[in-house]
Write a protein that binds this ligand. Structure first.
Ligand code: ATP
Ligand code: MN
Length: 431
């Protein structure tokens, strides 16, 4: 390798090195130019002094434009005033590609313009920080799940049937077999896999033809579904709590620079520790009605309701044991109250919204058959799923975590469209 990464500068102070990257910004004051270079790892200042450069190098320093690709050779130096900041004293600069009329200026642009130029917008400090936090969350998630003996098995994206209600399915023509549907969640498939591997998870894109134009909904997002044999509702809550706590800790430890760029106040994140707040659905409705919401028993929580319920909590809030009537067929009926199910939604504080939906699963074939019928689903599509109960069915539980929801909350980003590299929403399919 004949170049180094700027993050490794502390190990190279006083040495002559070469870096490769892009010119983020340039300021000149007479015979000195300050080049801000992005190499993917840091933003680093390269200082070019006319007096110490050959005329052709200085000419290129003057010529180089925003977002040109460059290769720079120079000496690594400690910043004269700031601790832990390093810069490069330029000896040579090569322009690998000269960028002309880069459309995104270093000022505010409207969201439509930026989304239209998402392929370039990703280069901004803010988007860099969000991408890095996203990656940290994924790393932490994989780490925690393996630590808890879950293995990654994955599930198909082309599916013959629905998991989360038939109204939000994307259909695709599928050879002579009619329509396939893009997966809304891999849950049903990993439920089958637990009888092989005990505890498992999948992580991949899921698709929902959501008509909701909110700051929390995408039509394509990444979901992690986890499932564990012999876990009841309480065990389920415990893993979700542990997972979220681990993710937050990991980000606090690894993403300081990213949080600084985003001006994300992390004091609140530092308080995210177990146990999380818990309300039953019934308690939640009472609390909501006392706090000005006109929600009625049997209705789903709205965004404002989630806000009211998390307002006084520094930790995420579980809303558990919902009415059976508004929840999917696979959730386990509470034997002490057959009108409700053993499920939970986990709502993040600071307007994070719902980040996880989970439940203990129904293991009774008879109850499942009845519920599949009541929901008007096609029984034949679910025969394979019923087999998982017929042959060694056991109590089991699981949950689905929406990655971009977690990224949005932890990074403190207002709109979920910034939490995925190329967002897909009702009105956007490009770039
Ligand atoms: P919401 O009520 O917020 O629409 P949901 O109840 O439809 O969520 P689930 O079906 O339980 O959500 O999906 C599991 C998780 O996937 C949610 O907790 C959330 O984190 C995420 N999620 C659901 N729908 C979307 C979406 N359209 N865009 C991004 N993430 C989503
Ligand atoms: Mn939804």
């Amino acid at each position: 390798m004949h170049y180094i990464l700027t993050k490794d500068f502390p190990r190279h102070v006083g040495e002559e090195v070469t870096i490769k990257g892009w010119l983020y910004n340039k300021r000149s004051s007479g015979p000195i130019a300050f080049l801000e270079i992005r190499d993917g790892y840091r933003w680093t200042q390269a200082v070019a002094a006319k007096a110490s450069l050959s005329p052709d190098v200085w000419e290129r320093v003057e010529k180089v434009t925003q977002e040109s690709a460059v290769e720079i050779t120079g000496t690594v130096a400690k910043h004269p005033k700031k601790d832990n900041v390093f810069e490069l004293q330029v000896k040579d600069l090569k322009i690998l590609q000269l960028s002309e009329n880069y459309p995104i200026a270093l000022k505010d642009h409207g969201p439509d313009f930026l989304l239209e130029n998402r392929h370039l917008w990703l280069r901004s400090k803010r988007q860099w920080a969000i991408l890095k936090i996203r990656d940290a969350i994924i790393t932490a998630m994989n780490q925690y799940l393996h630590q808890e003996d879950f293995i990654k098995v994955d599930s198909p994206i082309f599916t013959p049937n629905a998991c989360e209600g038939t109204s939000t399915l994307f259909a695709v023509p599928y050879f002579d077999l009619g329509s396939a549907y893009l997966s809304q969640s891999g849950q049903l498939y990993i439920e089958a896999a637990i009888a092989s591997v005990g505890r498992c998870y999948d992580f991949g894109p899921v698709f929902r033809a959501e008509k909701s134009k909110t700051k929390r909904h995408l039509t394509e997002f990444w979901m992690m579904d986890a499932e564990a044999a012999f876990f009841d509702h309480e065990d389920n809550i415990r893993v979700q709590e542990g997972l979220v706590r681990h993710i937050v800790r990991y980000c606090l430890e690894h993403c300081q620079e990213e949080f600084t760029i985003l001006e994300r106040n992390v004091e609140s994140l530092k308080k995210v520790d177990a146990p999380f707040t818990r309300y039953t659905y019934e308690e939640a409705i009472i609390k909501l009605n006392q706090n000005g919401s006109d929600i009625k028993f049997g209705e789903d929580l709205g965004n404002d309701d989630e806000g009211i319920l998390t307002k006084d909590s520094v930790v995420p809030v579980f809303i558990e044991k919902w009415p059976k009537s508004i929840k999917p067929f696979y959730m386990k009926t509470d034997p002490t109250n057959p009108e409700r199910v053993f499920n939970d939604d986990l709502i993040a504080p600071e307007n994070g919204g719902e980040i996880i939906g989970g439940s203990q699963r129904e293991e009774s074939v008879d109850i499942l058959i009845e519920r599949i019928k009541n929901e008007g689903l096609n029984m034949a599509d679910y025969e394979w799923y019923l087999d998982t109960r017929r042959f060694g069915g056991v109590p089991h539980s699981g949950f689905g975590l929406g990655l971009e929801r977690v990224v949005r909350w932890i990074s403190g980003t207002e709109h979920i469209r910034e939490c995925i590299t190329f967002p897909r929403t009702i009105g956007r399919l490009k770039p």
